[in-house]
Design a protein around this ligand. Structure first.
Ligand SMILES: [Zn+2]
Length: 98
């Protein structure tokens, strides 16, 4: 067995730190709660810092994706609502004719 040289050791440390940095990223569920403004103020501030000051590319990408999905879901929901409103209006008019 050959002992690891100093360079290998350095490489290992950098990678370990990098991995730890990633581990410090909040879980997607926490990002979700942040978007819903559902976190305690301290956590909310930490998330804001992580996203806006640190500009973490991973979390910003995740948040953008969630927001895009929210917009899509909102649109669908609104159209569904309009559709239902229209149908209930039509049936109300039909009832009124009787
Ligand atoms: Zn992050």
């Amino acid at each position: 067995m050959t002992p690891a040289g100093p360079e290998d050791e350095l490489d290992f440390t950098v990678r370990a730190v990098w991995r730890e940095e990633r581990v410090s990223c909040p879980h997607p569920n926490v990002l979700r709660a942040f978007l819903d403004d559902a976190l305690p103020e301290g956590a909310q501030a930490f998330l804001r810092f992580h996203l806006q000051e640190s500009q973490c590319p991973y979390c910003n990408a995740a948040v953008e994706e969630m927001q895009a999905r929210d917009r899509e879901a909102g649109k669908v929901h609104l159209e569904d609502l309009k559709d239902r409103l229209l149908r209930s209006t039509v049936s109300a008019l039909r009832q009124a004719k009787k």
